[in-house]
Every structure is written in structure tokens, then in C-alpha cells.
Design a protein around this ligand. Structure first.
Ligand SMILES: NC(=O)c1ccc[n+]([C@@H]2O[C@H](COP(=O)([O-])OP(=O)(O)OC[C@H]3O[C@@H](n4cnc5c(N)ncnc54)[C@H](OP(=O)(O)O)[C@@H]3O)[C@@H](O)[C@H]2O)c1
Length: 246
């Protein structure tokens, strides 16, 4: 990775305050990228980085489009046009569908899918004006490919993100903007805190590589899609799951 060349590459990542997003932000800064991120609240991690010259954090909500417009605009003003976008923010409320309140269904689709589509739309408008190459990465999930008990709405949102990657790849290929998904397996983050240790052990035993994933396991795939090593790869979903879906 050429750190010098990456410094001029500005990447916007949603949900970079904790969990997987935090590790991706740190990994991109380490690789020399300039990073703008946002979440509904700041964290110890984003507070620690507040004086970093290649980093900016904003408060915004994936379900509140005016707040996304503000972040996209502020990012361009501070660091210039975007080279990359990583749709990472997400929620995963569980519950069997017949019992799930409609409000919860709306929330997961609004944040994970509609929010990702609308944020991508806003960022693409700036990318297309600058007529430069770029890379969009949707963080989906193996749940969107395989499904999971009690996660129908989440699964639909993640399957939708993969479909969006394929369609946008066709739309943007000629412009030199690549769109791919990274679909992680089960990671130890706040999102999986609700799963019992017994359940997590069971998942680890079913995984050919014998353990749960970590956010650090996902970083390499994201850096790959941001790099020239993937310059002819678009519309793909790269599964990062230790082999559990094989
Ligand atoms: N953990 C896993 O096992 C796993 C597996 C496959 C895929 N994924 C995907 O990976 C991504 C990151 O998950 P994670 O495990 O890191 O989750 P996490 O630890 O719960 O972190 C989620 C991040 O998204 C932000 N976020 C949530 N709702 C938001 C909203 N409405 N607007 C703006 N930001 C919002 C959170 O900040 P605030 O809450 O402060 O807004 C936080 O920064 C998600 O898309 C998830 O679906 C996770």
C-alpha cells in the first residue's frame, strides 16, 4: 500500500465510531487515507482522534437525510471530493417477523438499506462531478445470503445492499467507479452481544477456521477494494466468514 498516494484519497465511512467501523477507520488512517465518518453519537475512539489532520467525525443519522447531506457537504469542504464510500453503519434488531413491531421493520430498512442508498446517491453526485475514479463498498452480511432465524428484516436489508452493489456496478463501470460488497460472518462486536456464549461457541465450532471473526479480519478485504489491486473487480460480494457458508 502506497501511503503517500492514499493521502489524497478521501473516504467517507458511515458508522465509524465503534465496532467494525472503528477498526476500518483506524486501518484506513494507518494506510494513509483521509477519513470522514459519522454516527449518532461520538465515542472514546472518535474523541481521541479529534486532532488528527486526516480525520473528521460528525454527528448524523442514516435515517435523517438532511443530516447526511450536511456530512457529505462538510467532508468535501474540509478534505475535497470523495474517492471512496463505505456503507458500514447498521442495526440488527431481532425478533420473529409476525411479532416484530412495524416500527422496528421500518427502522432496520431505513438505516441499513434506504440510508445506504440515499447516502450513496449524495456521494455519487460529488464523485461524478469530479470525474475521478472511485470505490464504493457496502458492508453487507452472510445473513443476507444465507438467512437466519429471527433476522428477516435485517437479512432483507443486507441482501438489498448486495443487489445494490451489482446494479450500481453496471451503472458506474464506465465512469471508473467500482461498487462491491464485503459480507462478514459473525464478528465479536456490540451487535452480537445479544447472542449467548453457548450460541457463539456453536458458531465457532461450525466455522471451518474454528473461531468467530474479528473486525480486523474484515479490514484487509476493505483495503483491497480501496486499492488498485482490485481495479478490475466490480459488482462482487466478498464473503469474509472463516468458511462457515461453504
Ligand atoms: N457484528 C457482526 O457480526 C456483523 C456481521 C456481518 C455484518 N455486520 C455489519 O457490519 C456493520 C457494522 O456492524 P458492527 O458489528 O460494527 O455494529 P456496532 O458495533 O453496533 O456498530 C454500529 C455502528 O453504526 C453506527 N450506527 C448505527 N445506526 C446508525 C444510524 N442510524 N446512523 C448513523 N450511524 C449509525 C453506530 O453508531 P451509533 O449507534 O452511535 O449511531 C456504530 O458506529 C453493520 O452494517 C453490520 O450489519 C456485522
Amino acid at each position: 500500500m502506497n501511503d503517500q498516494a492514499n493521502a489524497s484519497k478521501h473516504v467517507l465511512i458511515s458508522g465509524g465510531s465503534r465496532g467494525l467501523g472503528q477498526v476500518l477507520v483506524q486501518g484506513m488512517l494507518d494506510a494513509g487515507f483521509t477519513v470522514t465518518t459519522f454516527a449518532r453519537k461520538s465515542s472514546e475512539f472518535t474523541d481521541q482522534l479529534k486532532d488528527h489532520p486526516r480525520f473528521a467525525f460528525h454527528i448524523a443519522d442514516m435515517a435523517d437525510i438532511p443530516s447526511l447531506q450536511q456530512v457529505v457537504k462538510a467532508g468535501v469542504k474540509q478534505f475535497g471530493n470523495y474517492f471512496g464510500l463505505i456503507n458500514c453503519a447498521g442495526v440488527a434488531p431481532d425478533g420473529v417477523l409476525p411479532m416484530m413491531p412495524e416500527q422496528k421493520i421500518d427502522q432496520v430498512i431505513d438505516i441499513n438499506l434506504t440510508g445506504a442508498l440515499k447516502l450513496t446517491r449524495l456521494v455519487l453526485r460529488t464523485m461524478l462531478t469530479s470525474r475521478s475514479e472511485g470505490s464504493i463498498i457496502n458492508i453487507s452480511s452472510i445473513i443476507g445470503i444465507r438467512g437466519y432465524n429471527g433476522l428477516a428484516a435485517y437479512s432483507a436489508s443486507k441482501g438489498g445492499m448486495d443487489a445494490m452493489s451489482r446494479a450500481l456496478a453496471r451503472e458506474l463501470g464506465e465512469r471508473g467507479i467500482r461498487v462491491n460488497s464485503v459480507a462478514p460472518g459473525y464478528l465479536r462486536t456490540e451487535m452480537t452481544h445479544t447472542l449467548s456464549e453457548k450460541h457463539l461457541d456453536q458458531i465457532a465450532r461450525r466455522t471451518p477456521m474454528g473461531r468467530l471473526g474479528t473486525p480486523e479480519d474484515v479490514l484487509g478485504s476493505v483495503l483491497f477494494f480501496l486499492s488498485d489491486a482490485s481495479r478490475f473487480v466490480t459488482g462482487q460480494t466478498l464473503v469474509v466468514d472463516g468458511g462457515i457458508t461453504t
